[in-house]
Design a protein around this ligand. Structure first.
Ligand code: ACO
Length: 316
């Protein structure tokens, strides 16, 4: 690894891709075994269906290979792999070790667990690595929440799912795409959302909802202030995909029209670390996200963590 270079070294995203397991589970499928309905789930969460299956490593390898291909980068050129996940395949080693080997990377690799805020945490860490001398960093956000979901608990089973998204960051001279960032945590709220080792997710839904809106807005406002921007300067919001009502409330409080938000939860459910990159990739593919846009990424999750970043989207 080179010595920390003098001056400002920024980064830009040059490749991106996502992966969802092929198996689709609809709300009607869930209502066969749970006391719930398609109407209740759509009304209370915005979710219609979700993808289930695969391991965290398998989905990561899929999304990351496609992101590397898009960036036109040989795996040997990658200087570091940061894998955000709250559902590693093993306790030890980190799932990033499996992914590093499978992709043919020859570089440092580590997992970040900040629950659903993890992708933005990881993106921030990757920008830090580039500022200190890395040239190309791979960031992946993957979760397989279906493996820690109690499928007989209607409070959680209707929300959680599996998926992965990956981006390739490359160093540039000058400040690069990242205008500002914020990472937060409040460990006193740990019991509102947790899974013991080997256990299932337990969640106080109402409490998480109440806190989620507050901490997302707070984090976004910190990033906006740090960037010297207001919410009127934001072209696209990429929020964590937990619940459409949380996204609506946060957008309302931030005074950002909901039309500017990238939303995929209707077909992905809540995929934790994967949700922001899944929404980012979808926004890029559907044209919501355009070159030169000022983009707010903002998430919240167990911990309770929150994180946001404001980036200038460079496109391809
Ligand atoms: N189907 C039908 N009825 C249900 C279901 C269901 N799947 N789940 C709960 N209910 C019932 C409840 O038992 C309750 O019945 P009661 O009034 O007789 O007691 C009623 O529906 C209303 O329940 P509420 O909990 O008040 O419903 P609410 O509007 O709060 O919606 C929800 C519940 C969707 C869980 C919401 O609170 C939420 O999204 N919270 C945030 C969850 C979240 O974002 N978690 C992810 C965090 S990120 C991470 O780190 C993984």
């Amino acid at each position: 690894m080179p010595a920390t270079p003098p001056g400002i070294r920024g980064a830009v995203i040059t490749g991106w891709a996502s992966a969802l397991p092929p198996k689709v589970v609809t709300n009607d499928d869930l209502s066969q075994t749970l006391e719930t309905s398609d109407e209740w789930i759509r009304e209370r969460s915005g979710i219609s269906e979700r993808h289930i299956g695969g391991s965290t490593a398998e989905l990561s390898i899929q999304s990351a290979s496609a992101a590397l291909e898009m960036a036109g980068i040989d795996p040997l050129e990658i200087d570091a792999l940061v894998l955000s996940t709250t559902t590693p395949d093993r306790c030890v080693p980190a799932t990033s070790a499996t992914v590093q080997h499978a992709l043919g990377l020859k570089c440092g690799a580590f997992d970040v667990n900040a629950a659903c805020s993890g992708f933005v945490y990881s993106l921030t860490v990757a920008h830090g690595l580039i500022a200190m001398g890395s040239n190309k960093v791979l960031v992946i956000g993957t979760d397989t929440l279906s493996r820690i979901t109690d499928w007989s608990d209607r409070n959680t089973a209707v929300l959680f799912a599996d998926g992965s998204g990956a981006v390739v960051l490359e160093a540039v001279h000058g400040p690069g795409q990242m205008l500002a960032w914020d990472i937060d945590a409040d460990g006193s709220a740990e019991d509102a959302l947790y899974a013991d080792l080997g256990g299932f997710i337990k969640m106080e839904g109402k409490e998480v909802f109440r806190r989620a809106v507050r901490i997302m807005v707070d984090s976004a406002q910190k990033s906006l202030a740090a960037a010297g921007l207001t919410s009127a300067d934001i072209d696209v919001v990429i929020p964590h995909q937990a619940n459409i009502r949380i996204i609506q409330s946060a957008c309302e409080r931030l005074e950002i029209p909901i039309e500017k938000a990238a939303i995929v939860l209707q077909f992905t459910g809540n995929t934790s670390s994967a949700s922001i990159p899944l929404a980012l990739v979808h926004a890029a593919e559907t044209g919501l996200l355009k070159k030169g846009d000022t983009v707010l990424l903002v998430g919240f999750g167990a911990g309770m963590t929150a994180a946001s970043a404001i980036i200038k989207w460079e496109g391809r």
